[in-house]
Write a protein that binds this ligand. Sequence first.
Ligand SMILES: [Zn+2]
Ligand SMILES: [Zn+2]
Length: 346
Amino acid sequence: MVEYPHRRLNILTNEWVLVSPHRTKRPWQGQVEKIPAEILPEYDPLCYLCPGNERAGGHRNPNYNSTFVFENDFAALIPVEQPEITEGTPFFQSKPEFGKCLVVCFSPRHDLTVPEMDLEMITRVIKAWANASAELSTIPQIKYVQVFENKGAVMGCSNPHPHSQIWSQSELPNEVDKELKSQQEYFSKNNHLLLLDYLEEERKSKERILFSNDSFSALIPWWAVWPFETLVLAHRAVPNLAALNEKEIRDLAEIYQKLTICYDNLFEISFPYSMGFHQAPNDGTPHPEWVLHAHFYPPLLRSATIRKFMVGYELLAMPQRDVTAESAAERLRGLPGIHYKKRNQP
Ligand SMILES: [Zn+2]
Ligand SMILES: [Zn+2]
């Protein structure tokens, strides 16, 4: 792999990333610091996500014992039609946005993150996402459903109780719009699927593949911006979570577990990230070009305390990385498959 500065194309967004591998010839010689693990209780009487506790506006959580889905009390989008505002000038454009936001608690356990959950529990989380997404998709105004998880305070997660969010809306968000155009363009030109063809090449080269099972692969994409950014790709043209069969849901749970264990083991901490699924638009037309996938964007670079910031050049010019996708993949592949907390148990 080249050792000099170069650009790589993100085929999904059609945007370039600057790669400068010469800046870190020996990227892992820096000191690897560890921060003491935060010990969380199984139940926190002050947590608004724990079973039986009170939330905002006088709502009380049921004594749930599996996943728990509720409408966000501080939703960014609301299911109320808004009037169109016309300014009569192209300089002040705006459009009303209709939507509905849900919160999905992974389990009653305040302290149990995905990498520490068993496969059964993770499978239930994926089914909760699939069911909630399908239900939101029946609302006529809803054109897109975004499932995402922010893990860790460094990613702006305000409550450590493991949970995710689902925002659904009446227009396509920017990233999805870009990815739709790229996939549609490739499909109409080649009569093949962009992400399936890409996956085939990645599986031939093996350099950036972390692991695969029958239905999904996890890999560091060629165009990764974040140090340990990962793409989880379905092996067939499946448009959304609700279209996965039982076996595929189980396989996705396995990949999600393996990847997050890998992440936690990297610096032996609860590894922060933002992750989310890109599902096909729910716009009433078939999407034969779309392949369901998830992006994981972890901010940490060299240790538990050194994170990558998107500042300066990246805000003003373009994203840039020092460590190549290939060396990040090699590093993650070399980690043990058992969670460090379980390994360190006497
Ligand atoms: Zn809690
Ligand atoms: Zn995507």
